[in-house]
Design a binder for this molecule. Structure first.
Ligand code: THU
Length: 143
């Protein structure tokens, strides 16, 4: 599956739209994400922190959990933008836990992870590239 430059641009725009909603009183590091479902719907997400620290949820997972909680479980791509206080100067990168959540719902060969600083500057990798030899649902299949 190919993702067009226009689709990439609009996912990056949506990820930026999510940044102001990031709730980050502890790290001050804001993450915005935009997850493209195979049905064409885009789910936004932001990171949500907590005074007890461990319940913090990453922006990527917020987007996945919003979609899955509405019955949508098939995805093509996610765009991620991140930076201190929402100033996006460097490419972000999904944490290991978020990569594992992607592995649950996405085809590692085709799912596209787009880390951007703006519409023109981004890095695209397949999930397989950023999570080689990932453990997923197929590993639990009988036989
Ligand atoms: N964070 C994300 O939202 N996504 C990532 O992939 C990396 C880390 C968040 C979690 C926490 O709120 C803050 O960034 C600092 O780790």
């Amino acid at each position: 599956m190919g993702i067009s430059k226009e689709q990439i641009g609009s996912l990056i725009d949506k990820a930026f739209e999510m940044l102001p909603y990031a709730y980050t009183p502890y790290s001050h590091y804001k993450v915005g994400a935009a997850l493209l479902a195979k049905n064409g719907t885009v789910y936004g997400g932001c990171n949500i922190e907590n005074a007890a620290y461990t319940p913090c949820n990453c922006g990527e997972r917020t987007a996945f959990f919003k979609a899955v909680s509405e019955g949508v479980t098939e995805f093509d791509a996610i765009a991620v933008v991140a930076g201190h206080e929402g100033n996006v100067t460097n490419l972000g990168s999904p944490c290991g836990v978020c990569r594992q959540v992607m592995m649950e719902f996405c085809d590692p060969e085709t799912f596209q992870v787009i880390c951007a600083t703006d519409r023109e500057n981004y890095r695209i990798n397949t999930l397989k590239e950023i999570l080689p030899d990932g453990f997923g649902p197929k590993a639990l299949a009988a036989g």
